[in-house]
Design a protein around this ligand. Structure first.
Ligand SMILES: O=C(O)CCC(=O)C(=O)O
Length: 295
């Protein structure tokens, strides 16, 4: 369980490192599963085989001249049982309940963001919720779990304390796309927070996360991560949750193709791509057999 202090810290800042949640052996299993998926590559999954929903270099095209890469794998859990089990991690799920007060919690989607050594690219400043127009209300909290020690040198996330209370500022944040390198990533300029909010300065801070630790962030918290120019890999997985009371809007997202309810209906019956992980006051147990993947 999160302590009252941790919850207060999350509510004030919009993010929280809640410490170690995974044993070495679990991390090794996750890393092995990730290596298997990376080795197969986006084209390595045959027709009818369980596969991630999306697998690509998320900065190719945009910065193709730099030959940098951030491999984004959405719903690796569908292809890898170790990642499916992680969705049901009781501490993480309970913490999401504590931070949101939702009575029923589902997975919206997960995503690996893997930055290879030396050539890892940046994930520019953004907020998550504006990228998820398919569901309302927007999903308020994500869990981000490090599979390597992640720090300023290999592309840890940076966050702006208090920014989750400043509304949807995605257009402003897109103007900060030139901030790519660790040495200037924090130099966000020319923004005045709304005067009625408790935090009044834009002070980006780095958020190092050790292997096996979980870091939570609000879906309106300004965040991003600079390039990985170090000799170390940066492997991490984010899990994005939603309330089962969230409603399908019909708007676009890579997960929209799997939503089995009509526009305006709640996501509770959205289908098995959106597993329920908390219900009836407790974390749900992981299924005994994988939903999609072969063992
Ligand atoms: O892994 C990263 O560097 C960024 C991840 C992210 O933007 C998120 O989890 O919302």
């Amino acid at each position: 369980m999160l302590s009252g202090n941790q919850i207060n810290q999350f509510e004030r800042n919009g993010f929280l490192n809640a410490g170690v949640v995974l044993e070495n052996e679990e991390i090794d299993d996750l890393c092995n599963a990730l290596e298997t998926v990376l080795a197969r590559g986006p084209e390595g999954f045959g027709h009818g085989q369980a596969k991630p929903v999306l697998f690509h270099n998320m900065i190719s095209g945009e910065h193709s001249q730099t030959e940098r890469a951030v491999y984004q794998i959405v719903n690796i859990w569908e292809a890898a049982p170790a990642f499916e089990r992680l969705l049901y991690h009781p501490f993480i799920v309970q913490a999401i309940h504590q931070l949101t007060s939702f009575g029923s919690i589902q997975i919206w989607h997960d995503q690996i963001q893997y930055k290879p050594p030396q050539s890892g690219g940046a994930n520019a400043w953004h907020q998550d919720a504006p990228y998820w127009p398919s569901i309302e209300p927007m999903t308020p909290v994500s869990a981000w779990i490090a599979l390597d020690n992640v720090d300023e040198l290999n592309g840890c996330m940076w966050m702006v304390p208090g920014s989750h209370r400043w509304g949807n500022q995605i257009e402003y944040l897109h103007e900060q796309k030139h901030l790519q390198h660790a040495d200037h990533f924090c130099e966000i300029a020319n923004f005045t927070p709304p005067p009625d909010q408790p935090i009044q300065q834009v002070d980006a801070v780095s958020c190092p996360v050790k292997r096996g630790e979980v870091h939570f962030h609000h879906s309106l918290t300004w965040h991003g991560s600079p390039e990985n120019a170090s000799s170390r890999a940066r492997r991490a997985i984010a899990i994005h949750y939603m309330s089962s009371e969230a409603r399908f809007t019909g708007r676009e997202h890579v997960m929209k193709q799997f939503i089995k309810v009509d526009v305006g209906q709640t996501m509770l019956e959205a289908g098995n791509h959106f597993p329920i992980v908390f219900q009836g006051g407790q974390a749900v147990e992981a299924p005994k057999t994988p939903t999609f993947a072969q063992r």
